[in-house]
Design a protein around this ligand. Structure first.
Ligand code: PLP
Length: 369
């Protein structure tokens, strides 16, 4: 291979750990990835010399404000967006809920929100609940038997009336959706496209302009960043969904005017060290040695091939473009028992419904590995 995998592994302290007396083999990255040491150091550096952001004018406050806004610029740059289109969130789930809350006032019976059958609960339940509250129709875009989004069927369902479509790459099947094609269909129907990038951003370069999406959300902890931080790109103007200090212009007795984006989206003291850690994690990824994607694709291919040779193993889906992860079951064995056995060997995998019950129901399984 064209790069030094041992040196790369060396950047992650957790990969030198032992579990049950075995060297850790960590395959649960779709849930949470390990953190490079440089990210932990960036977080600690900020926490040990800190002041509140956008409030004080003393040196520490100004330093932190600068670090926080530099972090925003790094996120914007990573997504091909501008900083005033980026708000920090606590993660993808928070981002979906923020957009859903902000849209609540504009939805009415007769409007429609569509999600794909492969969504994580975080990009499914908030939209489903929003439709229940507003009387809008909730619609699920079907998949092909291979586990790709059925774009032809989607086209029919995305007739005028659709306000928002939510889609992503799957944390269960590894399917990478053709976001650009979906954006075309959504926009032709007059809707906006929300992309849950929690998985996609970990495996593919992202350019929100090229994808042509209206919202893009992701979580830091899946990229080697800290827990409790993520970001949301908004191309469209979005009213604030949270209120409080730091986001206002003038507060009168009965009314309030809000500051400009992105500050109007960030009420209260934000997760400053999280933002700085997230930016460091993105820089780390930007500087990964060339060839990392081939390496990763090679591992996935090897896994798929190896599992495919085993009797009683069922790999779920055969999407046209699979990236980063796959799921399987073993006839006659519980995924939980298998996960426990693998754990005894120092191998961390995810077992369960992966927060994607609508997808697993459609696949005819309750749990997978
Ligand atoms: N969307 C997808 C595709 C995910 O895989 C996950 C996490 O597993 C989420 C959303 C939720 O992310 P978080 O828990 O960081 O908000």
């Amino acid at each position: 291979m064209s790069f030094d995998i041992a040196a790369l592994r060396g950047a992650y302290p957790a990969l030198a750990e032992q579990v049950h007396g075995r060297s850790l083999i960590y395959l649960d990255n779709a849930a949470t990835a390990q953190m490079p040491l440089c990210v932990a150091q960036a977080v600690q550096g900020l926490e040990l010399r800190r002041g509140n952001v956008h409030r004080g004018i003393h040196a520490l406050s100004e330093e932190c404000t600068q670090a926080y806004e530099d972090a925003r610029a790094t996120v914007a740059n990573f997504l091909g967006a501008s900083p005033d289109q980026i708000q920090f969130t606590s993660g993808t789930t928070d981002a979906v809920n923020r957009v859903a809350d902000a849209l609540a006032a504009t939805l009415k019976p007769g409007d429609r929100i569509a999600v794909t059958r492969m969504e994580h609960h975080s990009n499914f339940v908030p939209w489903q609940q929003l439709c229940q509250k507003t009387g809008a129709e909730f619609c699920i875009l079907p998949l092909t038997p291979q586990g790709d989004l059925d774009l032809e069927a989607a086209q029919e369902l995305l007739s005028p009336g659709v306000k928002l479509v939510a889609a992503h790459s799957s944390n269960v099947l590894g399917t990478v959706n053709d976001i650009h094609a979906l954006a075309r269909l959504t926009h032709a129907a007059g809707g906006a496209l929300f992309v849950d990038g929690a998985q996609g951003i970990c495996h593919e370069p992202v350019d929100v302009a090229a994808l042509d999406c209206d919202y893009y959300a992701f979580s830091g902890h899946k990229l080697g960043g800290p827990f409790g931080i993520g970001a949301l790109f908004c191309r469209l103007p979005l009213p604030p969904a949270r209120y409080g200090g730091g986001m206002v212009d003038q507060v009168l007795d009965l009314t309030t005017t809000f500051g400009p984006a992105p500050l109007m989206w960030e009420a209260g003291t934000p997760n400053v060290s999280g933002a700085v850690g997230l930016a460091r994690a993105l820089e780390f990824r930007r500087n990964l040695p060339e060839g990392w994607q081939d390496w990763e694709d090679g591992l996935l291919e090897r896994l798929e091939q190896g599992l495919g040779e085993l009797e009683r193993v069922r790999i779920l889906g055969r999407p046209r473009h699979r990236s980063g992860c796959l799921s399987f079951t073993v006839e006659g064995a519980s995924p939980f028992d298998l996960a426990v056995l693998l754990d005894q060997l120092g191998i961390a995998v995810r077992s369960g419904h992966h927060c994607a019950q609508p997808l697993l129901r459609w696949l005819g399984v309750e749990y997978t590995l």
